[in-house]
Every structure is written in structure tokens, then in C-alpha cells.
Design a protein around this ligand. Structure first.
Ligand code: NI
Length: 137
């Protein structure tokens, strides 16, 4: 672990009050932890923008009764097999399924995969959680 450094920040009092309300609302134990999270969020965003190796999760909600839907989703996933780390299928109820697909690799390909899956007819909802491998942040 690297050395801990303290530094001062000058900012508008009103902005600090707003930030402190946010810190309390999000149950942070201190400003520093909230500030560290914000910084890391920006760094992760930058990794995605700069095409660094990233990690993330795609979630899909769909009705498995829709014809060809499951096959199409599977075909797409096989095309991106090199970046899918694992996937989990949960039967939410009689009709609806939740699929969680963990990915690692190129941000461009992760977006392509998420977009392709979300665009399949019958997918009710899809998200891409843009995270990090944890390196360099
Ligand atoms: Ni299912």
C-alpha cells in the first residue's frame, strides 16, 4: 500500500455544506472516504475512455418464452467469449429471467456486447455497470 498523504482543499463554503449532506446521506464515515470514492470514480471513467483493460457486469431481464431470444443471446455471448469471465442465470418467476454477465477486457468491446444484448428483441431491461480491474486506481 502506498503512503498516506494529507492535503488542503480550498472551496466554496456552500459547496462543502452540500458535499457534507451527501457524505451523510450516503453513510460515509468521513469526508475523506467520500472524496476518495469520487476520485476513483473519475479514474475508472477515464480507464473506460482511454481504452484500458476494464471489468464490468451486464445485467439483462427477459422473458425466456420469447422465440429465439435465448438462442440469440447465447450466440452473441459466444462471439464475445474471450471477454466473458462468467455468467449467472436466475429464474425470477415463471416468465422472467435475470442474467448477470461478468466481463473483463476492452471497454469498446464491453459496450458492443452490452449494446448487442440489450438490442435483442424481447429484452426488457439491460444495464452495463462500468467498473475496473482494480489496477492503477
Ligand atoms: Ni430463467
Amino acid at each position: 500500500m502506498s503512503k498516506l498523504v494529507r492535503f488542503g482543499v480550498s472551496l466554496d463554503e456552500e459547496l462543502l455544506k452540500k458535499f457534507d449532506r451527501l457524505v451523510a446521506a450516503k453513510n460515509y464515515t468521513c469526508r475523506s472516504e467520500a472524496f476518495r470514492d469520487l476520485m476513483r470514480q473519475e479514474l475508472v471513467q477515464r480507464q473506460w475512455q482511454e481504452g484500458k483493460e476494464i471489468a464490468g457486469a451486464i445485467t439483462l431481464i427477459y422473458d425466456h418464452h420469447k422465440r429465439e431470444l435465448v438462442n440469440t443471446l447465447m450466440d452473441i455471448q459466444h462471439d464475445f467469449g474471450d471477454m466473458i469471465v462468467s455468467s449467472q442465470h436466475i429464474h425470477l418467476d415463471h416468465d422472467n429471467c435475470l442474467e448477470i454477465i461478468a466481463v473483463k477486457g476492452s471497454p469498446k468491446k464491453a459496450r458492443q456486447l452490452a449494446d448487442s444484448l440489450k438490442a435483442v428483441k424481447g429484452v426488457k431491461h439491460g444495464t452495463l455497470s462500468m467498473s475496473t480491474t482494480g489496477k492503477d486506481i
